[in-house]
Design a protein around this ligand. Structure first.
Ligand SMILES: Nc1nc2c(ncn2[C@@H]2O[C@H](COP(=O)(O)OP(=O)(O)OP(=O)(O)O)[C@@H](O)[C@H]2O)c(=O)[nH]1
Ligand SMILES: [Mg+2]
Length: 273
């Protein structure tokens, strides 16, 4: 992680703009202030990716009000390429014009950064029009930096970097829900129970529809998941672990509809708005 930050620092000077990719379900939780600090005065475009799994209007309008360049996209949809390219072009418009005046012709370079699994490589492939960067549904797929040519742009794909400290436990847990923290190092049971409790607050109907959940403690809700899915052990005990994995899997695939985990206060607390 420290190495990933160092590589970014070293390459920042080569870049005309920075694209910070956030998870549209939890932009605050997936915002690494360490990157923002490092970026300094460079122009930044915030991309709320995975917008198909969230409701981004409130986030976007608050960010734009705060004079942040922000765009929401579904990186897996080819139609996202155009708005994304337009936002990137307008980010480096002045530089492009200056270069043109001076008669220098060179591609605009962008550093693409963000916490693991937010879709950085997916967005780069979208713009490059082909599979140039490796992608995957878990944290830590991109291992080393890689320059990718995308039309008149050059994009630097970087490995995901975690916020330097996860002092905010609520936000840290949300990163786990969305798969930005490697599942191998997670306390799966705690994460699943907390996710059930949060989802019950945000969208009880979705939990009711999918698992017949009608409230209760996190554990009671998890037992409903196990019953609905038939995850029972010999002797009638619940197979909690399978229930936990199924729940996380369902959530990550958007089976509960569009979920906004972060509140605008969360965005304010991390300085995004
Ligand atoms: N539903 C949905 N899934 C997406 C979107 N963008 C990317 N994904 C999926 O999210 C997963 C992670 O995408 P990657 O592009 O590998 O993410 P990354 O930020 O490069 O991840 P690291 O290299 O691990 O830091 C993949 O399974 C993608 O298919 C999106 O807009 N919507
Ligand atoms: Mg990647």
């Amino acid at each position: 992680m420290a190495k990933a930050m160092r590589v970014m620092g070293e390459n920042l000077n080569l870049c005309d703009g920075v694209v910070i990719v956030l998870d549209a379900r939890c932009p605050a939780a997936s915002y690494n202030r360490g990157i923002a600090d490092m970026v300094g005065a460079k122009s930044v475009l915030y991309v709320l990716n995975k917008a198909d799994l969230s409701q981004t209007e409130g986030y976007l309008s608050a960010m734009k009000e705060g004079e942040k360049n922000a765009v929401a996209v579904n990186g897996t949809d080819p139609r996202a390429a155009r708005p994304l390219l337009q936002a990137m072009e307008s980010l480096v418009k002045d530089r492009l014009e200056n270069n043109q005046k001076k008669g220098t012709v060179r591609p605009m370079r962008f550093l693409v950064a963000g916490v693991p699994n937010t879709g950085k490589s997916t967005l780069i492939n979208l713009l490059a029009g082909g599979k140039k960067a490796t992608t995957g549904d878990k944290a830590g797929v991109t291992r080393a930096k890689q320059w990718v040519k995308c039309g008149s742009f050059e994009l630097l794909d970087t490995p995901g970097t975690m916020p330097p400290s996860c002092e905010n436990q609520v936000l840290a847990r949300r990163l786990a829900y969305v798969g930005s923290i490697n599942d191998d190092i997670l306390a799966l049971d705690e994460i699943a129970l907390m996710l059930l409790e949060e989802l019950w607050e945000i969208s009880p109907q979705a939990l009711n529809d999918r698992y017949g959940i009608e409230g209760g403690t996190g554990l009671e809700m998890l037992e409903k998941v196990c019953i609905r899915r038939g995850f029972l052990l010999r002797g009638g005990d619940f197979d909690y672990e399978r229930g936990e994995r199924a729940l996380l899997d369902d959530f990550r695939k958007g089976k509960f509809g569009r979920i906004r985990l972060d509140t605008l206060d969360d965005l304010k607390a991390v300085g995004l708005i």
